[in-house]
Design a protein around this ligand. Structure first.
Ligand SMILES: [Zn+2]
Length: 148
């Protein structure tokens, strides 16, 4: 038997997953520092969708998306408890992400979305994104890293 009530359980899970998002952000920030990529701000409220990282001069927005909250097609699994509720909530998040991406691109902002699992696994995609940020004049693989 679950020791938490339904509402409390949702709250607890939300807190745990929020924590996950934060650590993903910290991982990416640490990578940027290690490779001496500068010129970014965290959660710029000046920009639609409050990108996790925004490079104002270069007009690049980077979203580091938690696999749960943003409905990663590879990793997302609705919790067994309240499955329908979660599936619907996450679908709304996905729609909002897509809207934000389209809006920013129309405004001439380069949008890059990185999944939590890419960061955790230090995938090739992460390497490509960092390379792109270090050498903006050679966006040779920008198509590959855009995502969404
Ligand atoms: Zn994932």
């Amino acid at each position: 038997m679950d020791v938490f009530s339904k509402a409390k359980r949702s709250e607890v899970m939300a807190a745990i997953r929020h924590q996950g998002n934060r650590s993903t952000e910290r991982t990416f920030a640490a990578l940027l520092r290690r490779f001496r990529v500068s010129g970014w701000t965290l959660h710029s409220s000046q920009v639609t969708g409050k990108p996790d990282f925004y490079f104002s001069k270069r007009r690049i927005a980077i979203f580091v998306d938690g696999c749960f909250w943003h409905g990663c097609p590879r990793c997302f699994q609705a919790p067994r408890h309240n499955a329908a509720f979660w599936a619907e909530k996450i679908e709304r998040n996905r729609k909002r992400d897509q809207k934000v991406t389209r809006y920013l691109r129309r405004k001439g902002v380069e949008v890059i979305r990185v999944w939590e699992h890419d960061l955790e696994g230090r995938t090739r995609k992460v390497k490509t994104v960092i390379d792109f940020l270090r050498h903006p004049k050679h966006p040779r693989e920008i198509g590959e890293i855009k995502g969404v």
